[in-house]
Write a protein that binds this ligand. Structure first.
Ligand SMILES: [Zn+2]
Ligand SMILES: [Zn+2]
Length: 321
């Protein structure tokens, strides 16, 4: 039994490494490409060293915090992500079977109203994205507004440079919280759409669509944790440019509780938390203006993993008289 669990973990790990390698490799290609095109448009020529220097500036990848982020990224990629994908497969299968039966039990069977495979897949994809991003919006908002949840979410906000490793700078407790949200939200939305189409979807169908919709989130999230100042105007509401999430990382409190969704900022617009930086507006990334540089509480791996528990205790312990 334990052998088969181990085998499942190894399979999930191999699959995850391939699945998550794509947006990571895309990050390594898109950033130099962005600065190469910019250089070509501005100067009419490209210098490889200048482009690489702009895409991966030395100051973003040196110093103790960058080392901590690099180690954390490897740990996250090799150990935590496969566990999350395994949970995705298990919860996704359970939701497909259970939600499908529940909806049919509540509202009765529906005649099939959508027949083309591409149209069914499209509706499932839209359903998965709408429901998962709605859950994600509210859970992310809660991590900002519920003090003990903020204890763990502040690990992500203590990052001072949006570089290749920044997306993974998340406390393990929060990793599982958000992954639980994704593992429920994507299959749930996909299965609701299947029911509305009158289609009896299989778990494999729902999980594949969920993973495709999840890949969209990871791709936007990946670029949202970069320093390329791209914004798509009002299109940001459904196709978020990196600028949408970048300002969410501002150390200035006036920017803090804005742009919770990097999947579908449409929800931020609906709930009044959407904010786009003004032209030329600048800010510094970090936790707060008093916790930058040497005052950053998460400079080492030990601080990154354990300080949130200390902060958590400070939030929940009974007040002294
Ligand atoms: Zn946040
Ligand atoms: Zn972020």
């Amino acid at each position: 039994m334990s052998n088969s669990i181990w085998q499942s973990f190894l399979h999930a790990q191999a699959g995850t490494i391939k699945f998550l390698a794509v947006p990571s490799i895309a990050f390594l290609i898109i950033l130099p490409l962005y600065f190469a095109i910019k250089s070509l448009l501005n100067n009419g020529r490209i210098s490889l060293s200048t482009v690489l220097g702009q895409a991966f500036p030395k100051y973003m990848y040196s110093g103790p915090q960058a080392r901590t982020d690099a180690v954390n990224w490897v740990l996250n990629y090799v150990v935590i992500s496969p566990l999350r994908v395994l949970a995705f497969l298990l919860i996704g299968t359970w939701i497909t079977i259970d939600v499908g039966a529940t909806l049919t039990g509540w509202f009765g069977p529906r005649p099939q109203v959508v027949h083309a495979l591409w149209a069914i897949a499209l509706f499932q994809y839209i359903g998965a994205t709408l429901v998962a991003s709605f859950f994600d919006y509210w859970v992310h908002r809660a991590t900002h507004q519920v003090p003990w949840l903020w204890s763990f979410h502040r690990t992500h906000h203590s990052v001072e440079h949006l570089n290749f490793f920044a997306l993974a700078r998340v406390h393990p407790i929060e990793h599982f919280l958000f992954f639980g949200v994704a593992a429920i939200g994507f299959p749930l939305g996909s299965q609701i759409a299947s029911y509305l189409c009158g289609v009896n979807a299989s778990p494999v169908n729902v999980i594949v669509i969920s993973l495709v919709a999840y890949a969209r989130l990871i791709s936007f999230d990946r670029l949202g944790h970069s320093h390329i100042p791209l914004s798509f105007g009002w299109l940001n509401l459904i196709i978020p440019g990196p600028a949408v999430h970048q300002i969410h990382h501002s150390a200035e409190l006036r920017h803090r509780d804005t742009n919770f969704s990097q999947n579908l900022p449409f929800w931020d617009f609906v709930f009044g938390t959407y904010y786009m930086p003004k032209k030329g507006e600048t800010w510094r990334c970090g936790l707060t203006e008093d916790e930058l540089g040497e005052n950053n509480p998460h400079q080492t791996m030990r601080q990154l993993y354990f300080e949130p528990f200390v902060h958590f205790w400070s939030q929940i312990r009974p007040a002294r008289r």
